[in-house]
Design a protein around this ligand. Structure first.
Ligand code: S3P
Length: 425
């Protein structure tokens, strides 16, 4: 797909439901007793993989697009799948499901696409093994496919080396099935959607600083869940409006959970004009309309404890940094190397091809902003966030930007190009 420079972006957009929350609504709804009705569920390929895995384990799920109904069977209601469970491209499905399967008295195999089979699973294999699960990487390289023989779990207090909500959630979910309390301490606080939703469904979860603990065998009860818009999807419109002269957009109903709002803090620090209206709170998940206007930006340093609160937004922030005066340093972000692609390599290669001054480091990137960008052929490496980042870059660059495998955006935002186009009219 090709992109060209536009004069402005203007208007309103409503981004699809939050990916992290949509996954959790299906998984936790399946473990609750009774029906969980999810509104504004993200109909992206990753979340559809989660639905299909739970259907294969005997959970009736009705997907009516606007509403998803999960008829949960309680903590011990899952049954063994007849086939290996295929998570597609979804790291969240793979890692959270590993935690749930560690608690089941049956054997499972978890697999997925070529990208997921290269991502590190040792980070869940280690703690779940310590709890007593039989969990092995079938190819023996710490990656999927995984074979999991669950049951007989012991509660542990795990100190994780990475700030990862996927690891934290896997351990908490296994903790539902342990013989005593389970705790996890992470180096920085990662997104806390699991804690909030599990508590809302009836689990005893307590958080103190970067430690979360959970009591086993709660009775979880299904209930309505409203999913706010995904700030990680809103990020592309935020950046586009800031970068492109004469732009102003209103992005409706965006989740602004403080463990996810790092992009707003960084953009404001760079001089961005972003205001919030209609702030609401649904069961501890706050949301608001974001009004974003074109702004003169300056470089900044992005590192330390804010990284987990914007980890998925770093590709588009790297694009944004090219349009800011001065130097932007992204550091402490080595996790970028193990996402759907190696996002440090891919950003450096593609932004360099467009004429940017960017250098990769061990744990991030250094960008000298202010150089005009020109079009190039961009290999998305089938990474949805790379494709969306360069679509936005293309709207602010001379010449033609061609994105290869552009339809990979279906992972998290199937209507992305249509929504972006509407704002350019
Ligand atoms: C997610 C956690 C993050 C994030 C991913 C979604 C989640 O991954 O990058 O897109 O839903 O828990 P890590 O837990 O690996 O940091």
């Amino acid at each position: 797909m090709n992109f060209h420079k536009v004069h402005h972006i203007k208007g309103q957009v409503r981004v699809p439901g939050d990916k992290s929350i949509s996954h959790r609504a299906v998984m936790f709804g399946a473990l609750a007793k009774g029906t969980t009705t999810v509104t504004n569920f993200l109909q992206g390929a990753d979340c559809l993989s989660t639905i299909s895995c739970f259907q294969q384990m005997g959970i009736p799920i009705e997907n009516n697009e606007s509403e998803v109904l999960i008829h949960g069977k309680g903590l011990h209601g899952l049954t063994r799948a007849q086939q290996p469970l295929d998570v597609g491209n979804s790291g969240t499905t793979m890692r959270l499901l590993s935690g749930i399967l560690a608690g089941q008295e049956f054997e499972s195999v978890l697999t997925g696409d070529a990208s997921i089979q290269q991502r590190p699973m040792g980070r869940v294999i280690e703690p779940l093994s310590q709890m007593g699960a039989g969990i092995i990487s079938i190819p023996g390289n710490g990656c999927a496919p995984l074979q999991i023989t669950g049951g007989g779990l012991t509660g542990i207090h795990y100190h994780s080396k990475v700030a990862s909500a996927q690891v934290k959630s896997a351990i908490l979910l296994a903790g539902l099935y342990a013989n005593g309390p389970t705790a996890i301490t992470e180096p920085q606080l990662s997104r806390n959607h699991s804690e909030l939703m599990l508590r809302m469904l009836g689990a005893q979860v307590s958080s103190q600083g970067t430690t979360v603990s959970i009591q086993p065998e709660p009775v979880l009860t299904g209930r309505p869940i409203q999913v706010p818009g995904d700030i990680s999807s809103a990020a592309y419109f935020i950046a586009a409006a800031l970068m492109i002269p004469d732009s102003e957009v209103r992005i409706r109903n965006v989740g602004i959970n403080p463990t996810r709002d790092g992009i707003l803090r960084v953009c404001r620090d760079m001089g961005a004009d972003i205001t919030l209206e209609n702030v609401i709170d649904t069961d501890g998940e706050p949301a608001a309309d974001l009004i974003v206007r074109h702004s003169r930006l300056h470089g900044t340093v992005i590192g330390g404890s804010i990284i987990p609160a914007l980890i998925d937004e770093l590709p588009i922030l790297a694009v944004l940094a090219c349009f800011a005066e001065g130097t932007t340093v992204i550091r402490d972000a080595q996790e970028l190397k193990v996402k759907e692609s190696n996002r440090i390599d891919v950003m450096v290669k593609n932004l360099s091809a467009m004429g940017a001054s960017i250098r990769g480091t061990e744990d991030g990137m250094i960008i000298e902003g202010g150089l005009p960008l020109h079009g190039a052929v961009i290999d998305s490496r089938l990474d949805h966030r790379i494709a969306m980042s360069f679509a936005v870059a293309g709207l602010a660059s001379d010449g033609t930007t061609q994105i290869l495998d552009s339809d990979c955006v279906k992972i998290s935002y199937p209507g992305f190009y249509a929504d972006l186009r509407k704002l350019t009219l």
